[in-house]
Ligand binder design. Structure first.
Ligand SMILES: *Cc1c(COP(=O)(O)O)cnc(C)c1O
Length: 474
């Protein structure tokens, strides 16, 4: 063995303690750490792109990394990171994630280790948490983008089957164009259309209900009725990013009865609202969708990267048709919900279920519902306070956990855009709260998405103070 490897093997407990100390010191600074490190701290330091001929050992390497780059890490895991939809990691899920790397299981098949059984059990518990029926199967993937991709791959296979074509064998050309209908498809779904060979141009944007991002079922029916035989998938939203709009799923299911399309529900963060009895009705009908996406690294607060793709059990054979993998050294695919190798894009798979399993064990439904309810309450508080603060205005009523706001008087002019950008720059430089810029109804806006388990009322006050101070300076 190389002497440095031998040395590190001999001192492994010390190395892990050092990593643990580093992690603890990072977490302790989280409340004060900048939510957007200065640009200078985001650069690579000299020499760090050069391959060393000889190493320095794990402890010195850890120290090297931390000394040089600690200041370039944002507080994205902390209580005032409202940008994108970025969750943190609860203590249980963080500890579990460390163990995932330590035990290093390859969660492919149902007989290799207990990890597949735990993934299956995690899916079973998530169905209970979300009010999804037994006849739904699920697998862990790396994010909602991949969950949308997998869902649409199964949809594609199903659309082929309706026309006697096996797309997995024959290719998409054997079927011809697929029509994709959505009012507010997430950009990741559009990306998935490209990856699937369906093409971004296949997306037809359906009109929304007045003043809403939710699909207008009448407009959808008009499109369906005009060309009822076209192979079609409908991408529904359960929580759009700007205004957290939920499509009327029961209405879409009635249309599915009539026109026979594949109904996919992108519930990347909105789906987690179903953990709370108070907000579960927003998801009414999703249990009958053909496929569903839910992110775990957003509102379930597990570390990156983790999401769940749900499929109705009746479609599982189609999922196997798409993702089965034949090789002399692999078992033949069978249609069962825990042969993950034959159900997901990956061959080798991280034991991604463990952080979710651990969080459910540690905090239960109560604990996770409390995070959802507190985030929603605080989003409303932030919205009320912003609406009452001179200089700010809401772009949309606060819905669930997202506040979409603007600077007063913001319109579609380049000046308004420049002012918003200046404000955003100041807010980032201050580093107290991170928001994302957006645009709604052609107005430049700012979005605060609350999904972190640590956020409290004091964070809303700190965020508001910073926003007011930055506004005064522009
Ligand atoms: C975040 C998000 C996605 C993409 O999720 P990733 O986890 O970043 O891949 C897709 N759809 C919606 C509605 C989202 O909010």
């Amino acid at each position: 063995m190389h002497p440095l490897l031998q040395h590190d093997l001999d001192t492994l407990p010390e190395i892990l303690r050092q990593a643990c100390d580093t992690a603890v010191s990072f977490l302790e600074t989280l409340p004060e750490r900048s939510t957007c490190p200065p640009a200078s701290a985001q650069n690579l330091q000299a020499g760090d792109d050069r391959l060393p001929e000889s190493g320095i050992g794990a402890q010195a390497a850890l120290e090297h990394f931390w000394n040089r780059y600690a200041s370039g890490m944002s507080a994205s895991a902390g209580p005032r990171y409202f940008g994108f939809v970025t969750g943190g990691g609860t203590p249980a899920s963080l500890a579990a994630d460390w163990l995932v790397s330590t035990v290093d299981q390859n969660t492919q098949l149902n007989f290799d280790s207990v990890s597949a059984a735990i993934e299956l059990a995690t899916i079973t518990q998530l169905k209970q948490l979300f009010g999804l029926p037994d006849a739904v199967c699920g697998t862990f993937v790396s994010g909602a983008t991949m969950a949308n991709f997998v869902s649409m791959a199964i949809a594609r296979q199903w659309l082929g089957q309706q026309c006697g074509v096996d797309i997995a064998q024959q290719g998409l050309a054997a079927l011809g164009p697929i029509r994709v209908l959505s009012a507010a498809a997430h950009s990741s779904s559009v990306k998935a259309l490209s990856m699937l060979g369906i093409g971004r141009d296949a997306l037809v944007t359906v009109a929304t209900l007045p003043g809403s991002e939710a699909i207008d079922p009448a407009a959808l029916e008009e499109i369906l009725a005009a060309d009822p035989d076209r192979p079609t998938m409908v991408l529904a939203s359960a929580g759009t990013v700007n205004t957290v709009a939920f499509d009327d799923l029961p209405a879409l299911l009635r249309l599915r009865e009539k026109y026979g399309f594949w109904l996919h529900v992108d519930a990347a963060f909105g789906g987690v609202a179903a953990s709370s009895k108070r907000y579960a009705p927003l998801l009414a009908g999703w249990e009958d969708a053909d496929s569903i996406t839910v992110d775990a690294h957003k509102w379930l607060n597990v570390p990156y990267d983790s999401a769940i793709q749900f499929t109705q059990e009746r479609h599982l054979a189609l999922q196997v048709q798409v993702f089965q993998n034949h090789s002399a050294y692999l078992v033949l695919p069978s249609v069962r919900p825990d042969n993950y190798l034959h159900l997901t894009p990956e061959n080798s798979r991280r034991f991604r279920a463990l952080p979710v399993w651990m969080a459910l064990k540690a905090y239960g439904r109560d604990g996770l519902a409390e995070v959802v309810e507190r985030n929603v309450e605080l989003a409303h508080l932030l919205g009320e306070k912003l609406a009452a603060t001179p200089g700010f205005t809401l772009l949309a009523p606060v819905s669930l956990n997202v506040v979409c706001f603007a600077l007063e008087g913001a319109d579609g002019t380049p000046e308004a855009l420049a002012t918003r950008n200046r404000f955003q720059q100041r807010l980032d430089n201050a580093g107290v709260v991170r928001c994302t810029s957006t645009s709604l109804n052609c107005k430049p806006g700012i979005r605060a998405a609350l999904v972190n388990w640590m956020t409290e009322e004091a964070d809303i006050e700190l965020a508001l103070d910073s926003m007011k101070a930055c506004y005064a300076e522009i």
